[in-house]
Write a protein that binds this ligand. Structure first.
Ligand SMILES: [Zn+2]
Ligand SMILES: [Zn+2]
Length: 343
């Protein structure tokens, strides 16, 4: 079968290869991939940055966002059937550590991930742990199915606090930031302020998915936040850039007693004066990781079925499998929303 493989430990270093068919283990299901999408994580792997150099051991089939069809079910599994349309939670959890027992499998003590620590989905078939598969609701538009993993990140972040009727700011207009805008609008936020940086293409997408205001590098974010909220500041700010300076921006945009939820992952430590920015204003800070398993997926399915979530503007490119590298280069270039690949 054909697979996209990170072959060499260097920037790029990716080839389309003919590899052996995966074997379906007793607790797995073999999935024939229909559509995959390229995630920021895949860009890190492609670019071979510091995180990737530590996390990835080539050769590796990467990719973790997909929709596909079950073609074989492991002998221990009785809850999946051949022909099921599935997507998947990429975080592989152990099921027996204390976090798993507490219902926090997304922060399992023994967490691994397919497409990072084990073979991923940029290929024609993959054997995946059956417990990680999510049977898709037939009412959800097909082109949205592979997006449920990053959309789940956005849903987990936005629903970490009340947004209905509230003033919300979203820092970052990458694919997950754009999804968070759409989710906050669908959830009935009073107004959604998106903060971009310099990427006009993505700031334009932010408008298209419903941001009421789009701010950019050079704007006085704190002053504008106050002006838009009768002098109070934003009820909730979601940090989805991973840029250290955005944390202070978020703290200053938030109102006293507001919430700052952090989803972006930082390449370096963040130094911040806490007295004025957190303690004296009683700011509520939350770390957000992955998707709650399976609460976030249930909520995401419900939002998609509501018909209120318009993700069409976010899917900006669609490529054929053999043109995968073109898709990756487009994503690296930054003038894209989400890129999906037909297998
Ligand atoms: Zn992803
Ligand atoms: Zn666990």
């Amino acid at each position: 079968m054909k697979a996209i493989v990170k072959v060499r430990p260097e920037p790029g270093g990716t080839d389309i290869l003919d590899v052996e068919m995966p074997v379906c283990g007793p607790n797995d299901a073999l999935v024939k991939m229909d559509v995959v999408s390229i995630c920021g994580t895949d860009v890190h792997i492609y670019n071979w940055d510091k995180w990737a150099r530590n996390a990835i051991k080539p050769p590796l089939i990467y990719g973790h966002e997909f929709s596909g069809t079950v073609v074989e079910v492991g002998k221990n599994i009785d809850y999946l059937n051949e022909g099921d349309s599935v997507s998947g939670e990429c975080h592989i959890y152990c099921g027996h550590c204390q976090q798993c027992k507490l219902g926090n499998a997304h922060i399992c003590e023994n967490l691994t991930a397919f497409g990072v620590s084990t073979p991923g989905v940029f290929c024609e078939y993959q054997a995946l742990p059956a417990q990680n598969l999510w049977v898709n609701d037939p009412k959800i538009p097909k082109e949205y199915l592979s997006l449920q993993d990053p959309l789940g990140n956005a849903v987990h972040t936005v629903f970490s606090t009340d947004v209905t009727g509230r003033n919300v700011a979203i820092l970052g207009c990458g694919p997950i930031g754009l999804m968070a805008i759409a989710v906050a609008k669908a959830a009935g936020a009073a107004q959604v302020v998106a903060v971009g940086h310099k990427n006009e293409y993505r700031m334009d997408l932010a408008k298209k998915v419903g941001a009421d205001h789009v701010l950019r590098a050079g704007d006085d974010f704190e002053k504008i936040s106050k002006e838009l909220t009768g002098g109070v500041g934003m009820d909730a700010v979601f940090e989805i850039t991973g840029n250290p300076s955005a944390v202070l921006t978020g703290m200053r945009m938030a109102r006293k007693g507001g919430t700052l939820a952090l989803l972006g992952i930082f390449n370096e430590p963040v130094t911040i004066e806490l007295n004025d920015n957190v303690i004296f204003k009683c700011l509520d800070i939350k770390g957000i990781y992955g998707r709650r398993i399976w609460d976030t997926w249930i909520l995401t399915t419900g939002l998609l079925k509501s018909g209120k979530l318009n993700l069409d503007p976010i899917i900006t490119h669609r490529f054929k499998f053999d043109d995968f590298l073109k898709g990756m280069e487009t994503m690296v270039g930054g003038n894209s929303g989400k890129i999906i690949i037909d297998i």
